[in-house]
Design a protein around this ligand. Structure first.
Ligand SMILES: [Zn+2]
Ligand SMILES: [Zn+2]
Length: 279
């Protein structure tokens, strides 16, 4: 059930990002108790074809023959066409997990196809493997991939702990969104931009920035040595909601002006109570 739920989260996220033409493909990579048999069957099947495999797959034949199944070489793809697939070698436990996964995805109303060639390169992966694949960005169209990795925590020295999850690449995601004509969401603007002139005001601004961040306020200040005019331009560009200017006179008076960038309204606050004033 957890596997189906994790897949549903990925599915909803992709949908919400406006990505269309995406297909969910699922498979099972088995577990240590059933994978050995498949491995042997696969090696037996590939042995007479060994010399025709690409150099990488000749290597994989010895280290991780399952990975030959998803080699991108068209020659190798042809060679493995009728190869034994993990799905036919699942132990009872793994077979039940795969049937449950399909039933739970059906219950969620999520469509999928079974792709027996989805494999994983590392031994700690178990059972469920899945990919969300699109045709929008060429041949390597996986926008999100994941599955179960029940062996991972133990492999890195922890107690036996099951795990399931997925990962996606931000750039690939953005490329796919662009190809689908989806609207790219804007980053949220910062709460406050602190503009300053001079060395002492800069120190005061840094101190203030730290106080604001500690209070949970999103704040930025110039790190490029911009002029006051360009600092304001920058504040506009990053869509700061409010700006504060610190110069020598503000330091002298101990008071600053907080400007609301949308309404243009200005309010004064004592230097040592700005955080409260902003909140
Ligand atoms: Zn198994
Ligand atoms: Zn190959």
């Amino acid at each position: 059930m957890a596997d189906a739920e994790i897949i549903a989260i990925g599915h909803d996220f992709i949908k919400e990002m406006g990505i269309t033409d995406v297909e969910l493909q699922i498979n099972s990579v088995g577990c240590p108790s059933c994978r050995g048999k498949h491995r042997e069957a696969l090696k037996t099947f590939l042995k007479p074809k060994y010399d025709e495999l690409c150099p990488t797959c000749q290597e994989r034949y010895h280290t991780n023959p399952m990975r030959i199944l998803d080699c991108k070489s068209p020659i190798d793809q042809e060679l493995v066409k009728d190869a034994p697939m993990m799905l036919d070698y699942l132990c009872e436990d793994c077979a039940k997990a795969f049937e449950d996964l399909k039933a739970n995805l059906d219950a969620f109303g999520i469509e999928y196809t079974v792709n027996p060639k989805i494999v994983r390169g590392l031994d700690y992966y178990t059972k469920t493997a899945f990919e969300f694949v699109t045709t929008k960005i060429g041949a390597q169209g996986t926008v999100c991939g994941g599955g179960r990795y029940d062996g991972l925590v133990e492999e890195v020295g922890g107690p036996s702990t099951p795990g399931v999850g997925w990962g996606m690449g931000k750039e690939r995601m953005l490329m796919t969104m662009e190809a689908c004509g989806a609207e790219i969401p804007r980053e949220p603007g910062t709460d406050v931009f602190i503009a300053y002139v001079g060395e002492e005001p800069k120190k005061a601004a840094l101190k203030l920035m730290k106080e604001m961040r500690d209070a949970g306020i999103a704040v930025q200040m110039d790190v490029m040595g911009r002029s006051m005019k360009n600092q304001f331009k920058h504040a506009n560009r990053i869509e700061a909601k409010k700006t504060i200017v610190i110069g020598d006179s503000e330091l002298e008076n101990g008071r600053v002006t907080i400007k609301d960038m949308e309404s243009g309204e200005q309010t004064e606050a004592a230097m040592d109570s700005i955080v409260e004033a902003l909140k």
